[in-house]
Design a protein around this ligand. Structure first.
Ligand code: S3P
Length: 169
C-alpha cells in the first residue's frame, strides 16, 4: 500500500501522462506536477540540452533526485517521464508515493502523438517505431510491476480515463 496520497502517472512517451494529469488535477482540485518540467525548471535548460551535455545517465540522476523530492509531497498529481521505471530506486519510491496508474498505449498511438515532437532525444532516430517498440518491450513489465491500476488509453478516451482514475483515488 502507498504511504502517501498522491496520484502518479507512468507509461511511455505519448501515453498522455501530462494531458491526463492536467485534467485529473483540475477535476480533483489538486496541484499538477510534471517531473520533466520540474527537471527543466531546476536546471534552467530543456531536456535535449541535458541529454547533450550530461548524457542519458546524467539525466537519470537528476530525474531520480526530482522524483524523490516530489514524492515527499502530499496530494499532488504527478506525471513522470517514460524512462522513470528504469531505476529500481525510482520504482520503490513511486510505489510508496501514491496510486500508481500505468497509462498503457500502443506504439502506433505513441508514434502519432509524438510525431512532430523535437523535445524527446530518444526519438531523434531514423526509426522511431523500432525505438518505441524496443523501449516498450523492456519497460512494459516494469510499468506493470509497480502499477496499482492499468488504463488502456487507446480504448478509453480522456474523460473516461480521468473518471476511472478519480474513482479509484
Ligand atoms: C523519456 C521520456 C521523456 C523524458 C526523456 C526520456 C524516456 O518523458 O523523460 O525524454 O526515457 O522514455 P515523456 O514520457 O514525458 O515524453
Amino acid at each position: 500500500m502507498p504511504e502517501k496520497s498522491n496520484i502518479v502517472l507512468i507509461g511511455p512517451m505519448g501515453a498522455g501522462k501530462s494531458t491526463v494529469g492536467r485534467h485529473l488535477a483540475s477535476h480533483l482540485h489538486l496541484p499538477f506536477v510534471d517531473s520533466d518540467r520540474e527537471i527543466e525548471r531546476r536546471m534552467g535548460v530543456d531536456i535535449p540540452t541535458i541529454f547533450e551535455y550530461e548524457g542519458e545517465d546524467g539525466f537519470r540522476q537528476r530525474e531520480a533526485a526530482v522524483i524523490a523530492d516530489l514524492c515527499s509531497r502530499e496530494g499532488i498529481v504527478l506525471a513522470t517521464g517514460g524512462g522513470v521505471v528504469m531505476r529500481p530506486e525510482n520504482r520503490e519510491c513511486l510505489k510508496r508515493c501514491g496510486l500508481v496508474v500505468y497509462l498503457r498505449t500502443s506504439v502506433s498511438v505513441q508514434l502519432r502523438r509524438t510525431a512532430r515532437d523535437r523535445n524527446r532525444p530518444l526519438l531523434q532516430t531514423e526509426n522511431p517505431r523500432a525505438r518505441l517498440e524496443e523501449l516498450l518491450r523492456i519497460r512494459d513489465p516494469l510499468y506493470r510491476e509497480i502499477a496499482h491500476l492499468v488504463v488502456d488509453t487507446d480504448r478509453e478516451h480522456l474523460r473516461g480515463t480521468v473518471r476511472t482514475v478519480a474513482r479509484r483515488f
